[in-house]
Each structure stands twice: as structure tokens, then as C-alpha cells.
Design a protein around this ligand. Sequence first.
Ligand SMILES: CC(=O)SCCNC(=O)CCNC(=O)[C@H](O)C(C)(C)COP(=O)(O)OP(=O)(O)OC[C@H]1O[C@@H](n2cnc3c(N)ncnc32)[C@H](O)[C@@H]1OP(=O)(O)O
Ligand SMILES: CC(C)C(=O)C(=O)O
Length: 520
Amino acid sequence: MTMSADNSNKERVYIFDTTLRDGEQSPGATMTLEEKLQVAEALDEMGVDIIEAGFPIASVGDFEAVCAVAKQVKHATVAGLARAIPADIDRAGEAVRHAQRGRIHTFVSTSPIHLAHQMRKTEDEVIEIIARTVSQARNLIDDVEWSAMDATRTPIEFLMRCVETAIKAGASTINLPDTVGYAVPEEHYAMFKTIIDKVPGADKAIFSVHCHDDLGMAVANSLAGVAGGARQVECTINGLGERAGNAALEEIVMALRTRGDAMPYYTNVETTQLSRASRIVSAAANFPVQFNKAIVGKNAFAHESGIHQDGMLKNAETYEIMTPESVGIKATTLVMGKHSGRAAFKDKLKELGYELGDNAFQEAFVRFKDLADRKKHIYDADIVALVDDEVGSAGDRIRLVNMEVVSKTGGVHRCSMTLSIDGQENTVTYDGMGSVDAIFNAIKQGVGQNPHLVLYAIDGVTGGTDAQANAHVRLELNGRIASGNAAEPDTLVASARAYLNAYNRLLLERGASAQGALAG
Ligand SMILES: CC(=O)SCCNC(=O)CCNC(=O)[C@H](O)C(C)(C)COP(=O)(O)OP(=O)(O)OC[C@H]1O[C@@H](n2cnc3c(N)ncnc32)[C@H](O)[C@@H]1OP(=O)(O)O
Ligand SMILES: CC(C)C(=O)C(=O)O
């Protein structure tokens, strides 16, 4: 496997998690103070380097949350966001001073479109604002990060002036965000490389990449930024964030870990906690994780198709480039469905404690495929019911070939049914008080006997309207009692087959020939 956790000869990349700030900007993802503290604890335990806890000027609640996170966090640096406005910076400083390691993260727009319409400032005015506000922040705290909002739509010459000004004013981290998710990896790489190579004093700062996913390239752009010289990545758990979200932390971390051969960088994140962190954030933000989400999605380590399942059973590396355990998921799942093959079905039967002979296995497999064609989710209970049914009816001499039921409210209830009796087919039609009564009457007519129905019960094998029905029938004939079961997606077919199964057992108990029994 290509996965590597050997960090010798690799450079450290710092993980700046902004789930509690940019992540919370996802519409509908607001978190309570308790939820934020829970998320912060998970991030801190996982080894994230910087936790951006909020935007203290935004509200009293946000200020209090940043203060509380700052007090709670033991290892990570805690950052608070501030516009290039003195009151914002003071408020952020006031909140993060509670942290063992606090950071003020201040930002201002730099692109022409933002300068003209959002800020209504000239380039020279923005340069003056950067110098003034970064200095103000530095007077409050040593650790100051400065961001160029909409950096990727900013002419490079002006961006270089801004970065140089921020570094001179004391910013030790320079973040160049792709605020609107506009960048492509090649140009993102070039932007970082040019600025880091050319801006005087760039070697004194750590450069940071902060990408949004509007074009689905947030992770690719972040990694391109790292290749271009960035050593801090701003990201969120589950890719939560404004609009289409931010770069997903779990993807960045696992990409660097799994493809360390192509990208010689490492992070301090304990990857086995990624899945837990994802669940905590999803619950706190009330934001479901899409099933096919890389690393932490429900399907990220699930295989449904027969060829893949066969490969997985032979060697997991055939279809998995990282182990589920490495991200904190207990095990790979082989999902049983219509694309599964014999290898996976056999493995599932073994796991469920069944050992079938070749013929029984073949018949059970055919029934499984038939069920999977009709039913969306095949649960273990479905397979248990199916195999028990198959095993339980293996010796049946009277079998249902097909049946049709017509049932009208206030009208006729009629069942036409073809039975195979010791290989000979017999078709009968009979009416009843309802569909089930018509079915049982048709069977009685077909076999020429009238056993007493002692019990008839139906239950669902699993939940949902497409669940298989488990039908139970108990019959009594001439003082002998026998029970039968059947599992089928259709309740009426299950009922008919359960009745026949019970009747077949009456025949067995009687030790008579079918014909003799039928004759009574
Ligand atoms: C790219 C990002 O993710 S940036 C962070 C975005 N996050 C948030 O906005 C969440 C928190 N925000 C809020 O609670 C509010 O917007 C507040 C408290 C910050 C400001 O509220 P208000 O004072 O009512 O201003 P409002 O939100 O309407 O407009 C934003 C103002 O900030 C200005 N502004 C925006 N960014 C900056 C900046 N980096 N530096 C200075 N001023 C800025 C805008 O030009 C506008 O000013 P104007 O009112 O003079 O035109
Ligand atoms: C405030 C900055 C860092 C930001 O969130 C962005 O530009 O997307």
C-alpha cells in the first residue's frame, strides 16, 4: 500500500481549523456554546494546530464562545477573526487573551471588485489600513495573522504590496484566501510561489492557504498552495463552510498522509480521530454528511459490487488506498445488494453462521439476487430470513409455482394458483372472504385437504414498506400439528408459501406419500 506515516524528510504543514468560524457560516449550521466546546475539544484532542473559534465582534454569543473555547483548549492556538476595524481587533484581542496561545486573525479585501464595491477604498487606502490594523493587533498580541480577502482575484503586483506591508507591520502568518472558490490549482500554485519568492521578508512569515469549494476544487487548490510554499492550511471538518464550503480537513490530512510519496508533507493530526470528529461536527451543526463524502462518508469504505467485493476478500489493497482503521472506522463494509457476487454472498453467510451445500447455496444465491433486484436495502436479517426459508422448505414436495389474487372492496376476493405436487402441476381457483382466505382456500382445494388453521401471523423482517414479510402458519390435521414459515417481499406470497410449508411438514410427520396424504 502507498499509505505512509513515515515523516522523516517531510515538511510540517500546520492545520488551521475554521469549523467554528467559516464552518458556522454555512446556512443553518449555527452551533450552541456547548456544541462549540464539544467540537473544540475534539479538534484539540485530534492535534489540530490552530482553532479559529469565531468572530468576536459578530455578537455577544460569538464573543463568549471564543472566550470559552480559549479557556478550554489545552494544546492548540485559538484564533479570533477581526475586520480591519479597530473595534473588531480590540474585541478579538479581548477574547483570545484567555487562551494559552492566542491569535488575532485580521483581514481586508484586496481585489478590485471588493475595493470598488465592498470597501469603497483605493489601493493606497487599503495599504494604509493594513499597516495600521496589523500594528494595532501586534500591540495586543504576538501572534497575528493577516488575510487578503479575495486574494485570488487580486492583481499580483498589488497583492505583493499588501503582503509586504502586513509582514512589515508584524503579521507572522499571511493567508491568501480563494474567498470565492475561483482559483484553479496551477494558478494557485503560481500565486504562492511568486509571492513567497519575490516579496521582501516573505521568509519571516508562514503562508497560509484558505480555499472555498464553489467549483469543487478547494482541496486540490489547497494542496497546490502547499506545493507553492504554503505551510498552513485552513480547512473545516466535513468541508463545512460558506456557500459550497471550505476545503475538508479530513481530505487534506489523508491526502498528505496517503500520498506522502507525491507530496512530502505531514500534519500533526491523529487521523484515527477523523471519523469521530466528523460525527461530532455533523451532529453539532445539524448538517448531514453526504454518503459518498471522501474519508468520512457512510460509503467511503463500503463496497457493493461483486468484482470489488471479491477483490476485497482476497486483499483489501485491491480496492482501498487507506484502511478504514486509519480514519477511525472499525471496518470495511461489504454491502449486500444487486451488484454482489457469490464470493461476497458466501462470506456473508459464513459471517451469519451458515454453511450451505453447493445446491442449497446456489438456490439461496438465486433468491438473494432476485430479492436484491426488488428491494433497495438488503439487511443481514433479510439474508437470515431468506436462508432459513430456503433451508426450511428444501424438502417441500408441494410448491407454489405462481399465483394471482384479485381483491375488490365490497366485491370478490379470488385466488388462482398453480401448485407443483411431486413435480406435477395443478391449477385451481377459489374465492374467500378476503385475499388471504381466498389463498388458503385455493391451497386446500389444490391439495384436497382441509386442515384447521391454528395460527396465522405476519411480521416484517426489517422496517420499511419494502421489507420482506415473514409469514407464520400453524395447521392441525387429524390430531397432528405442524408449523411453517416463509419470507417474501410480498405478504400474500409469503402467506401462501408459509401455509404450504406447514402442510408439507404435516406430510412429513405423517410419513406418507404425497398422493396418499392428498387422498387423506
Ligand atoms: C470571507 C469571509 O468569510 S469574511 C467573514 C464573514 N463572516 C461574517 O460576516 C459573520 C459575522 N458578521 C456579522 O455579524 C456582521 O456582518 C458584522 C457584525 C461583522 C458587521 O455588521 P454590520 O456592522 O451591521 O455591517 P454589515 O454586515 O451590514 O456590512 C459589513 C460592513 O463591514 C465592512 N467590511 C467588510 N469586510 C471588512 C474588512 N475586512 N475590514 C473592514 N471593513 C469590512 C463592509 O464594507 C461593510 O461596511 P459598511 O457598512 O460601511 O458598508
Ligand atoms: C476571512 C477570510 C480568511 C475568509 O474566510 C475568506 O476569505 O474566505
